[in-house]
Design a protein around this ligand. Sequence first.
Ligand SMILES: Nc1ncnc2c1ncn2[C@@H]1O[C@H](COP(=O)(O)OP(=O)(O)OP(=O)(O)O)[C@@H](O)[C@H]1O
Length: 270
Amino acid sequence: MMAANDIAAGDPVTAPQGALAASLKGASVRFGAFTAIDRLDLDIEAGSFYTILGPSGCGKSTMLRLVSDLIPAASGEVSVLGKTTEAARLAREFAFVFQDAALLPWRSALKNVELPLEIGRKRGVDIPIGRRSPRELLELVGLKGREEALPHELSGGMRQRVAIARALVCQPKLLLMDEPFGALDEMTRDRLNLQLLDIWRETGTTILFVTHSISEAVFLGQKVVMLQANPGRLREVVGIDLPEPRTTKLRDTQQFTHYCGYLRDLLETC
Ligand SMILES: Nc1ncnc2c1ncn2[C@@H]1O[C@H](COP(=O)(O)OP(=O)(O)OP(=O)(O)O)[C@@H](O)[C@H]1O
């Protein structure tokens, strides 16, 4: 049996091969008479990076909210790491990053990252052994030296990086990201894309990442999930077979352009 101190700080979360981080089986979501998601079947392989694309209103955010137990399925089944979404939420198996970093303005970067631990302790939730400390996470997202800065003293990209560090503090096995870089300029976004890939590799967490940008979806995703609208349904899961680790130069390759072109054509028919 493994002793607690056999686990090094920040060991990647490793999942058995073929394990599922999330699974949706015939899952539908309704808002009154309106069907936002209609009988969605999707398996999310543990440890993978999935990006989600689709026309406005097709149900991308709704899908993340469904997986994270923020809204119920009207029918069908949704599981996260083999548990119900409620059990996964209570066990802190996943964390959410939104477009708006939503930091508490009176708390420093470090204190914002520490917040989920404080709340967890108050509620008696077990804090995972071997997790990175808030300081280590701020270093991981490139904010060493800015621990004491208040949110208004940080740039938009830095605030998002604090939000990512905060999401990682309970060592989630699944990270749900809803357009986290949507409000940032292109250069910052490209830089954060690279950093996020590093974080994904280092932590071993599964990522489900919603975006409106085809090139961001291709650059980040091992698989791109394309949803179609009215009602929201799965259109296609496109495997992205590009050399790893991905670098900025990849964006200039024919393969990259080919995937972007394919997805652009697909999107037009959704
Ligand atoms: N709380 C709600 N009450 C009623 N309708 C809702 C609610 N939340 C979402 N919807 C509807 O469900 C559909 C899917 O919304 P959702 O936000 O998931 O789409 P999206 O693909 O993320 O859109 P966008 O790309 O514009 O962000 C939309 O038609 C939306 O109006």
